[in-house]
Unconditional design. Structure first.
Length: 571
């Protein structure tokens, strides 16, 4: 097999692989970073296409070879621009706006120079076709801009390397493998490029091999490691905010994950690399969890640390075939329970008191998680944090009035009203999946943008059911209904399911009125504040079409209370 056929096969395979990787990546839910990866894969496809075009015939003409070289450099300039921006975003380096513009303008300048290199002598002083090993190759004499092109590549690689090293030193071991893979995806094409220059591999070029490897890594990050999955980020944020310690190990007792609380209790975890055996690193952890893991002991003594009391627990991680894949080593913070138990022991440790303690603990956990969810959504939206407090208060006022008027007596009681008030802040949790560009757009959304915006209802319900699956059933059901259905309309023209009338859960019908009213009287990126009187008129006008007439009736009946809340909590 001669060199021409080898090149043809390798370049063609790389071209096909980049195209497949681009298509697969495009199927995943897009974030800003994933869009950058898609651009990177497309740029890699152009580079591969250029190299592949150059070997379509051993006797390619000058025009074909010039066109192929233009494709190569066009894709490469895009690649390094995306490399820098993606690296900075992923490693959370705050770049000023002018720095982004320097990267973009520099890349654009090189694009113009390389795409017109046959019209001037800035990039190539001269070029001609020469047959090497039986293959027509474009032989060039490099100009000043080609030297600057080298400098641009080296500077980009240096910046990414420095950022990567700083990130490693920062010590987030849970993401070190992903960070390393992303770094390799950026560096491998550069390494292959310079290998080709140093070892003079012409006419065979190493860059297509590097592009293929980088594309394979990106595909692995997206599909297998769930790179930049917003649900994973939400879960990690919530797990790290818990006051309970969580350590994950496999069946060989190798470390796989730990949260912030666990690292604070056992500082040794910060010195242990992922996949290392815990047996060799921490005698304290072994003594604490060995009875639960190996001696079939159901309970061990409480563990005290930093003035708090914890209950050690071990839960198996089971796959769909009932095989144990690992264990969750937990320390549940029971400081409050122990303190209350000690107080109760001085009196009469009755069953009712015990149930009250556990119920209070569960309520605290639920309230903490709800506040955590609401904080995630608020931090992603330009809407004031007071919005969730106002809508919660409006919903409570409406539900209380409906009970006073004997509406839905089979559903509405004190517990139901209090649960509605607590879960109301979760109605927009799905907006963490919507990009800032759409969420905070100051103009009317396009049809495509509006369709993306509408997905926050379904995603919000999925997040609640996934992360709160072990919580109280009524909390989960009501929170999920509010998140998914608060944009449904009484006449069936709402979304996401087009439900009508009583098909819409009652809690969602109440939240719809509270949410729309607050949106009307609040400033948003796309609108100014409307008068409160206009808002009441709009709600009343929407009775029977947009809103449940009974909910509107209750809302209008307590107008003074609503206005009082608005005046107290307005932005």
């Amino acid at each position: 097999m001669d060199l021409y056929i080898v090149q043809h096969l390798i370049y063609g395979a790389g071209l096909i692989f980049c195209a497949v990787a681009f298509i697969i990546t495009a199927r995943w839910q897009a974030s800003e970073e994933r869009k950058l990866i898609m651009i990177m894969l497309f740029a890699g496809f152009l580079v591969q296409l250029g190299h592949w075009s150059a070997v379509q015939s051993p006797s390619n003409s000058t025009d074909i070879l010039v066109f192929a070289v233009k494709l190569e450099y066009f894709g490469t300039c895009m690649l390094y621009c995306v490399f820098l921006i993606l690296g900075m975003r992923y490693f959370q380096i705050n770049m000023p706006t002018w720095a982004y513009w320097i990267i973009i303008v520099t890349s654009a300048l090189f694009l113009v120079v390389t795409l017109t290199f046959d019209k001037h002598q800035l990039f190539y002083i001269s070029y001609h076709v020469e047959k090497i090993d039986g293959i027509n190759v474009l032989v060039k004499r490099y100009g000043i801009f080609h030297t600057l092109y080298y400098v641009m590549i080296v500077l980009a690689d240096i910046v990414i390397t420095v950022v990567f090293i700083k990130t490693v030193k920062a010590g987030n071991k849970n993401r070190i493998r992903t960070n390393l893979l992303l770094y390799l995806a950026v560096m491998i094409p550069s390494i292959c490029y310079f290998i080709g220059i140093v070892f003079r591999t012409e006419p065979f070029k190493m860059v297509p091999v590097g592009i293929t490897l980088a594309s394979a890594i990106c595909l692995y990050l997206i599909t297998t490691r769930k790179y930049l999955d917003i649900k994973d980020f939400a879960q990690t944020t919530l797990i790290n905010s818990l006051e309970d310690a969580i350590i994950v190990v496999d069946t060989s007792y190798r470390l796989k994950y730990y949260n912030t609380c666990a690292a604070n209790i056992f500082p040794v975890l910060r010195t242990i690399r992922m996949d290392e055996l815990l047996n060799d690193k921490s005698k304290e952890l072994n003594e604490l969890y060995s009875p639960l893991l190996y001696d079939n002991v159901e309970n061990v003594e409480d563990y005290e640390s930093n003035g708090k009391v914890y209950k050690p627990e071990v839960k198996p991680i089971v796959d769909s075939y009932k095989n144990i894949e690992g264990y969750i080593l937990g320390l549940q913070d029971i400081t409050t329970e122990r303190e209350k138990e000690h107080i109760l022991q001085r009196y009469n440790n009755s069953l009712r008191a015990q149930v009250s303690i556990q119920t209070h603990r569960l309520s605290d956990i639920q309230d903490d998680m709800i506040r955590g969810f609401a904080t995630l959504a608020e931090g992603h939206d330009l809407v004031s944090g007071k919005h969730v407090r106002r809508t919660s208060s409006y919903a409570w006022i409406i539900a209380t009035e409906m009970r006073r008027q004997n509406m839905h007596m089979d559903i509405i009681d004190d517990e139901w009203i209090e649960t509605l008030r607590k879960i109301a802040p979760l109605h927009d949790i799905g907006k963490i999946s919507i990009t800032d560009a759409i969420l905070n757009k100051p103009k009317k959304l396009t049809h495509k943008e509006y369709e993306i915006m509408k997905t926050h209802t379904v995603i919000g319900a999925e997040i609640i059911r996934t992360i709160m699956r072990n919580n109280d059933k009524q909390y989960i059901e009501m929170a999920s209904n509010v998140a998914k259905h608060h944009h449904e309309r009484w006449d069936g023209t709402g979304y996401p399911d087009g439900l009508t009338k009583e098909m819409i859960p009652l809690e969602a019908r109440i939240l719809a009125v509270a949410d729309v009213f607050d949106a009307i009287v609040s400033k948003r990126p796309y609108k100014e504040v409307n008068p409160v009187s206009d808002a009441f008129d709009i709600i009343e006008h929407g009775s029977g079409t947009h809103f449940d007439p009974e909910v509107v009736q209750a809302f209008l009946a307590c107008r003074e209370e609503v206005v009082e809340v608005y005046e107290e909590l307005k932005d």
